[in-house]
Each structure stands twice: as structure tokens, then as C-alpha cells.
Design a protein around this ligand. Structure first.
Ligand code: ATP
Ligand code: MG
Ligand code: MG
Ligand code: MG
Length: 439
């Protein structure tokens, strides 16, 4: 992409309404624009990162054997009356009435809708196990929308639902989700710690939240510092292997790690004093096993091997896709702007032309652009007729991992300058070598 043809409305001023750094940087970098309280337009740069995050989530869900689909945003109130949640959900649910006076709602979550789909089409244990998921906009009329996309009213969530014959099978599905979430967050350059959580209005016994440590997080968290040494890394896992998945659950959840909702001071005191940590965290996901709560209420039964009709065991598992942008920026920025992890960056490399209009500099930039593109990378070429300082400030703000700076002086010696956004280190190299380093 050439910046002269792109739409990147960066702001010079720091927006006064933004209280936390990720919100400020997303506004300044021209990633989002507020449409109304807690509702945002995703401008091209923000949209690109959102799509990258979505893709990682999809890839890891499919890898775990979960099946993508898409359910609507608007739902009929009737299903929610069946589960008993229409009245119970309260003012966070946006209720609308259509022209025929039918009660509808903008879905805050999808247990009812998916259970209805399941009961309409599945009637035998032979069709289990089954995990369906989608990535779709949700609406929750949050009392205090704030921090930009971090606590929006309209937000993008991946929500997945498992259907299993037995509790044992459903707990395997739970563990599969835990493993896939660990992989998902690590690919985004994040450490998200599974913490024992409270089940809240969805109801259930087993549940963990995934928290990214950050001073601006809304949850208070208590944990054994040993937990931050754990990494899933690039180990191979067979998602069908019950023991392998269970071992990962045990590894990642055996140490003390809880949010304020479930914190137990007496248990915490058993952690050696030098390893006790109190901090703040951002909830970027949650997994639940809730048994037959919805299948009982809504009649989602299957025939078991003996022909008896039994309710299916279910769980639901969410990732805050749009919130993740905020969480990643909270975890990865400096005074000059965002520092995108390679896995989610909107462009792989910036090209800064120090002397736009200079024949040699223009030709060198075009050649770099072509070689990077040929390697399947996406460069952002700042080809505007602007001063170097302004171009550098924009590149630093939008946080691409690499910048290649091209100017007549370097070209005389056959070199360009390659700069790492994360370390700030620069090196002079022949253009081909700079390209090879970025790739
Ligand atoms: P919170 O405690 O932050 O209100 P939640 O527990 O109500 O979140 P869940 O029902 O667990 O949310 O939804 C799954 C995920 O969706 C959350 O882990 C979070 O990452 C994301 N999410 C929830 N509410 C919002 C929101 N208002 N804006 C953006 N993302 C959200
Ligand atoms: Mg909530
Ligand atoms: Mg929560
Ligand atoms: Mg939650």
C-alpha cells in the first residue's frame, strides 16, 4: 500500500476523552472512530488488525476441530423466554420490537440460538461430540462503556459451544478450548493467564477467565508468580488425546491464579510469600462448562446407545476479539506509539522515502516494494512529499515491526537503513539484505 493512496487519518493531538494508552493510540493512529458511546467504526488500519486477530482465532479453532458457522445478531425473544433469561438478563440486553410487535433483541451471547439449532438437527449420540463456533458482533448495553474498544457496547466476540454425551466428554471439550486459547493468545504476542473465575449469569461449575496483566485492567488478580514462566510454545498437541489436553490444563491451572471474584485469602497465603503477586488484568476470554442447564430448559436431548433420551452436556467459550486490540496495545507500546507483535501487525514493514521525487530514491523504494510484495509480505510505503521527521513519527505511531529508510546519501554507498520498532536499533544494509531480514 502506498500511503498517498491510503486512508490513515492520524491525529496530531492527544484526544482528551481517552483515559488509557490503548484508546489514545488507537484514535491517534486512525484505527477507530467513535460512532456513539461504546460503538465504533473500524477505519482501514484498525480493520486490518481486527481481521488479523480474527484469522488467528479461526485458525486455532479449526485446528482444535471446532466448526465455524455464523448466527445472526438479532434474535427472537421467544428463545430467551424458554431458557428463562429474557427477564433475568436485565438492562444490559438491548431489546427491540419489529413492525409486527414481535420482541427481538440484539444478541449479547448465543447459548439459546445455538441450542435451538442443535435440538432441531441432532438427535443421536452418534453425531457427538460437536463444537460449533462463530465470530459475530454482540451488543451489551454496558452501564459504563469506556476505554475504547476495551469495553464497548457493540463488540466482536468469538463464541463457541460444545455438545457432548457425558460430562467427561464435555470436560475434554473444555480442555481443548483451554489449549487452543493458550495457542491463540501466544500467536498474538500475549501472555494470557487462565484464572479460576466466577460463573455469573451464564451459570456453571467449571470456568476459567484468561487475563492479560496490565495496570489498566479492570479486574484485580492474585497469582503465584511461577505462573508467568509458563509458555505453551510450539509444542505439538493432539486435540483428540484426552490425557494430553488434561495435562495442559493441569500444568496451567494448578498454581494459584484467581480474580477478585473468586479470590480466597487463606488459599493465597499458602503460596510462598516471595511468589505472591497482586496485580490488575484484562479479561480477554473465558471458558465455561455448565452441564445440562440449557439442554434441560430447552429440550436438547439425544438418544444414547441404549435408546434413552438424555440431555446433552454443554459449555460455552468466548474470546473478546475486538477487546484484544486494546489488550495487545496495552501490553506492547512505548512513548512514541504502538509496537505490533509480528503475528497481528497491519503491515509487515514500512518504507520511508527521505527524498520523494528523487529519481534514484523513488526507484529504490519501488524496487523494495516489489521484492517485499513478491515474498508475500505487505509493505506500507510512505511516498508522501513530507519531511522525514513527520514520516518517522507516523511510522512509530502505527507501530510496524520494521522500517526501511531510503535516501540519496545511503544509496550512494549502496545501502538503506533497517530499523526495528521494538528495539529501536538501526543497521545499514544493501536493500536485498534488508528485505531478507524482514522476511
Ligand atoms: P467483563 O467481565 O469484562 O464484562 P464478561 O465476563 O461479561 O466480560 P463474557 O461473557 O465472558 O464477558 O464474554 C467473552 C469475552 O468477550 C470476554 O472475556 C471479553 O474479552 C469480551 N467482552 C465482554 N464484554 C465486552 C465488552 N463490553 N467490550 C468488549 N469486549 C467484551
Ligand atoms: Mg460483562
Ligand atoms: Mg467477566
Ligand atoms: Mg467473562
Amino acid at each position: 500500500m502506498r500511503l498517498s493512496r491510503y486512508f490513515l487519518p492520524v491525529l496530531k493531538e492527544t484526544p482528551a476523552e481517552a483515559q488509557i494508552v490503548s484508546h489514545r493510540l488507537m484514535l491517534r493512529a486512525g484505527m477507530i472512530k467513535q460512532a456513539s458511546a461504546g460503538i465504533y467504526s473500524w477505519l482501514p488500519l484498525g480493520y486490518k488488525v481486527l481481521k488479523n486477530i480474527e484469522n488467528i482465532v479461526h485458525e486455532e479453532q479449526v485446528r482444535a476441530g471446532h466448526i465455524p458457522m455464523l448466527m445472526p445478531t438479532l434474535q427472537s425473544a421467544d428463545l430467551w423466554r424458554e431458557s428463562g433469561r429474557y427477564d433475568a438478563y436485565g438492562p444490559e440486553m438491548l431489546r427491540v420490537r419489529d413492525r409486527h410487535d414481535r420482541d427481538m433483541l440484539y444478541g449479547p451471547t448465543n447459548e439459546e440460538l445455538i441450542t435451538d439449532i442443535f435440538r432441531s438437527h441432532v438427535s443421536s449420540y452418534k453425531d457427538l461430540p460437536l463444537t460449533l463456533y462463530h465470530i459475530q458482533w454482540k451488543f451489551r448495553d454496558e452501564i459504563r462503556p469506556r476505554f475504547g474498544v476495551m469495553r464497548g457496547r457493540e463488540f466482536l466476540m468469538k463464541d463457541g459451544y460444545n455438545f457432548d454425551l457425558t460430562k467427561e466428554d464435555a470436560l475434554h471439550a473444555y480442555n481443548r478450548h483451554l489449549v487452543s486459547y493458550l495457542r491463540t493468545y501466544e500467536r498474538m504476542g500475549l501472555q494470557a493467564i487462565p484464572m479460576r473465575a466466577d460463573s455469573g449469569p451464564i451459570g456453571g461449575d467449571d470456568t476459567h477467565e484468561f487475563l492479560v496483566l496490565a495496570e489498566t485492567g479492570e479486574s484485580e488478580v492474585f497469582y503465584d508468580s511461577e505462573i508467568t514462566d509458563l509458555k505453551f510454545g510450539d509444542r505439538e498437541i493432539d486435540y483428540d488425546n484426552v490425557d494430553q489436553c488434561q495435562a495442559v490444563l493441569e500444568e496451567f491451572t494448578s498454581r494459584y491464579a484467581r480474580t477478585d471474584e473468586t479470590h480466597d485469602q487463606a488459599e493465597f497465603a499458602k503460596v510462598p510469600a516471595d511468589r505472591q503477586r497482586t496485580a490488575r488484568g484484562i479479561e480477554v476470554g473465558q471458558i465455561f462448562y455448565f452441564g445440562t442447564k440449557y439442554s434441560d430448559a430447552m429440550g436438547a436431548n439425544v438418544a444414547d446407545a441404549d435408546g434413552n433420551r438424555v440431555p446433552v452436556h454443554m459449555g460455552s467459550h468466548g474470546i473478546g476479539v475486538s477487546r484484544l486490540l486494546g489488550a495487545i496495545i496495552e501490553a506492547s507500546h512505548d512513548d512514541n506509539g504502538i509496537i505490533w507483535p509480528e503475528g497481528v501487525t497491519p503491515f509487515h514493514c514500512g518504507i520511508v522515502n527521505l527524498r520523494q521525487g528523487d529519481e534514484q530514491a523513488d526507484a529504490a523504494c519501488d524496487a523494495l516494494y516489489a521484492s517485499l510484495t513478491a515474498l508475500g509480505l505487505e509493505p506500507l510505503y510512505d511516498d508522501r512529499d513530507e519531511r522525514a521527521g513527520g514520516k518517522f513519527a507516523t511510522m512509530d505511531l502505527i507501530g510496524l515491526p520494521w522500517r526501511i529508510t531510503v535516501g540519496p546519501r545511503g544509496l550512494k554507498n549502496g545501502v538503506v537503513e533497517l530499523t526495528s520498532r521494538r528495539t529501536g536499533e538501526s543497521e545499514e544494509l544493501p536493500p536485498e539484505q534488508a528485505v531478507a531480514r524482514v522476511a
